[in-house]
Design a protein around this ligand. Structure first.
Ligand code: FEO
Length: 400
């Protein structure tokens, strides 16, 4: 029975999830996650914006009742169909039998597929730019496909300059009391925003760029995402961060990812890191791919300008966690990095650097420098590792 007023006639009715350990079954949630839902009171009509994951439905329905005791909910606007937001649709329909569901043609098709709600009179289909009157105020809909599924859209409440943005501008991390950024220490959410964007939305940069361009003329006082804080004071920062990540623009720094069975390839990574530091690189993130979470590695690789990947040779292939990482990079179409490769071998010389070269070719991300370690470091390979670091350091340009 927890709710909060965001601004006049707009209420937060979402919930925290501190139980799920892996978002989408993949991504760690050390600080939990919130599923945000909102209610707009338009005077005549009430609209609920998105729902929550089904596991939290009891608390969610109780929040809705607390916002609008004794009133019915007239509309349920569905901005995004991933089940962390759509999962409670059937229970909302059960609680409010006359509710009409607002979505675009793709949304409606997915509701039928996921939840077997078939009656067409239940739906209000909207197209890009359409509006819906709630009496004294009006919702306007912007289709923003692939941010993060094809049906995604955003809903704008012009009189409050408030955007219900779906997954865009979202973060991992439950809401520990405060809901709006003005009421909390938001610094802790920014690393989680990098991780959320790169892990979940990272493949769809060009679509995010299109959405940002489409929304650029809107005046914004509040951004109400489906995850994390409601943005008010820090809107400019979260928009800039999303713009930077979706355009694959980097920040100064180098990420080193390595896979090593007996520590020899790891030693090369340490030499490279030390040499980068000696050459003035201040932000260096080193990940042992067998130990770090894939989520953190993807996040740092998105964030920083340099990307150096090293792998032990494993059955003539990349060491499996490194291969998984490179597949994640390719899937997300990561680009624009100063990319370098190194590999360790005992008898299959060159196999892993050749594999990394294949990724480089497919991703159109040239290898700026590479080196190969035969068994253990010696004077020659030590010098080659330092030379690789020197080449990367000399090619870093980012000053943002
Ligand atoms: Fe938070 Fe794409 O769902």
């Amino acid at each position: 029975m927890n709710f909060k007023q965001i601004t006049d006639g707009v209420y937060y009715a979402g919930v925290n999830d501190r139980v799920t350990t892996l978002f989408e079954g993949l991504w760690p949630l050390p600080y939990g996650v919130s599923y945000n839902s909102y209610i707009v009171d338009g005077g005549e009509k009430l609209a609920l914006i998105d729902t929550v994951r089904i596991d939290e439905v009891r608390e969610f329905l109780s929040n809705i009742c607390a916002v609008a005791p004794g009133r019915t909910i007239d509309y349920l606007v569905i901005n995004h169909m991933e089940p962390d937001h759509s999962g409670s649709i059937p229970e909302v329909v059960r609680a409010y039998p006359d509710i009409r569901i607002v979505g675009n043609a793709q949304t409606i098709g997915m509701i039928k597929g996921f939840y077997h709600i078939e009656d067409d009179s239940r739906f209000v289909e909207v197209k890009d730019g359409d509006t819906l009157s709630l009496g004294d105020r009006e919702l306007k809909f912007f289709l923003t496909p692939m941010v993060h599924w094809p049906e995604t859209m955003m809903t704008y409440l012009a009189d409050s300059k408030l955007l219900f943005s779906g997954d865009a501008f979202g973060t991992f991390g439950a809401l520990d009391g405060g809901i709006i950024d003005t009421e909390m220490d938001t610094d802790r959410y920014f690393p989680e925003m990098y991780r959320y964007y790169s892990n979940i939305v990272g493949k769809y940069g060009k679509f995010v760029q299109r959405a940002l361009a489409k929304l650029s003329s809107l005046e914004l006082e509040y951004i109400c995402s489906t995850h994390g804080p409601v943005w008010h004071d820090r809107i400019a920062e979260v928009v800039a961060l999303t713009d930077r990540l979706s355009a694959y623009r980097s920040e100064p720094g180098v990420t080193i990812i390595y896979g090593s069975m007996y520590g020899n390839t790891a030693e090369v990574a340490e030499v490279i890191a030390r040499e980068l530091s000696a050459r003035g690189v201040r932000t260096i993130r080193v990940h042992n791919a067998s130990h770090s979470s894939m989520s953190d590695m993807i996040s740092d690789a998105f964030r920083y300008e340099g990307l150096i990947v090293g792998s032990a040779t494993y059955s003539m292939r990349l060491f499996p966690p490194v291969e998984t990482f490179m597949n994640a990079m390719e899937t997300r179409e990561i680009q624009g990095k100063v990319f370098a490769a190194f590999g360790g071998y005992t008898w299959a010389k060159g196999a892993v650097v050749a594999k990394l070269q294949e990724y480089s070719d497919r991703m159109k991300m040239p290898i700026a420098a590479s080196m190969i370690l035969r068994q253990t470091l010696d004077d020659e390979s030590l010098a080659a590792a330092r030379e690789l670091a020197a080449t990367v350091a000399s090619q870093l340009k980012c000053t943002c």
